[in-house]
Design a protein around this ligand. Structure first.
Ligand code: SAM
Length: 271
């Protein structure tokens, strides 16, 4: 799971860190929050980029709403020997952290997962120190739905797969969109951030069909559980997954599944 998450989200974690110019030169303390940390992609990239000197000035908090993710994260911190790091369960829209605390917050995929994304950004603003930096990313183009949809559509007994619009805003209850760099920039501005840098970043992955199958629980299952009834999920999950895998094998043959991903990557400063 961690390896797959790193394959898909790692390049964007690097882009977020790079855009945030992290770590800053000097010897100031780095009090960092990896918000919505999941399996710890951002934290592991932070750790692998930092020199031993920079590691000694790091205080890292990994936070997520998912208790199983935090339990895994605690093990990862311990097994990796990351000192000055901890994992905390939290809701990004209302965290337990004090105001003016962190020097950096990284929120990689990200705000779009929240029912009210701007509440999450405003909370980041509250808990950042003056001049603290927020780095976010948000999907703009995800490749798997088109292939899943086409595979499922070949069997008319299966329920249809949700539309692009439904999928992209599956978790959000609010009208804000993240489709363009300008929209991302406007959301950061509205939440009080300055010195905003925003860009669309692309990455192309090359995966085996087996790797795509391993991704189904975090893509296909996550979405049909939202848009299909429980009866539909129970009855059609297995045949739909089979239809997707058969389609991928036909479409990509013996070659890898080559997919292009695009994300908005943006940073802003408090004050
Ligand atoms: C797409 S994953 C991204 C994980 C990680 N940041 C990465 O780059 O791999 C989204 C994460 O957001 C978490 N999440 C969803 N809603 C949240 C909330 N309200 N507060 C904190 N985390 C949340 C999920 O549990 C999941 O781990």
């Amino acid at each position: 799971m961690a390896a797959l998450a790193d394959l898909l989200m790692g390049p964007f974690a690097d882009a977020v860190l790079h855009t945030a110019k992290f770590p800053p030169a000097g010897d100031s303390q780095l009090v960092v929050l990896d918000q919505a940390c999941g399996s710890g992609v951002v934290s592991s990239h932070i750790m692998s980029h930092l020199s031993p000197d920079d590691r000694s000035r790091l205080d890292l908090t990994c936070a997520d709403i998912s208790e199983p993710a935090i339990a895994q994260m605690e093990k990862r911190i311990e097994n990796s020997g990351w000192s000055n790091a901890r994992a905390v369960t939290n809701d990004a829209m209302e965290t337990p952290f004090p105001a003016n605390h962190f020097t950096h917050i990284f929120f990689n995929f990200g705000p779009q997962m929240l029912p009210t994304p701007l509440a999450g950004l405003k909370e980041c603003h509250r808990i950042l120190r003056q001049s603290g930096i927020l780095g976010i990313s948000s999907w703009q183009k995800v490749p798997w739905p088109a292939d899943y949809r086409e595979g499922i559509a070949r069997d008319s007994s299966l329920p249809s797969f949700p539309t692009e619009e439904q999928l992209r805003y599956a978790f959000s209850d609010t009208p804000q969109r993240w489709d363009t760099v300008d929209e991302g920039r406007a959301h950061l501005e509205e939440c009080g951030f300055t010195a905003i840098e925003a860009a669309a970043v692309e990455n192309t992955t090359s995966m085996s069909v087996e790797e795509v199958e391993a991704m189904l629980p975090f893509s296909f299952d996550m979405m049909v559980q939202k848009f299909w009834t429980k009866e539909e999920v129970d009855k059609f999950r297995q045949p739909a997954a089979r239809a997707i895998v058969d389609f991928l094998k036909e479409k990509y043959g013996k070659g890898p599944v080559v997919w292009k991903w695009v994300a908005l990557v943006a940073t802003g400063r408090k004050g």
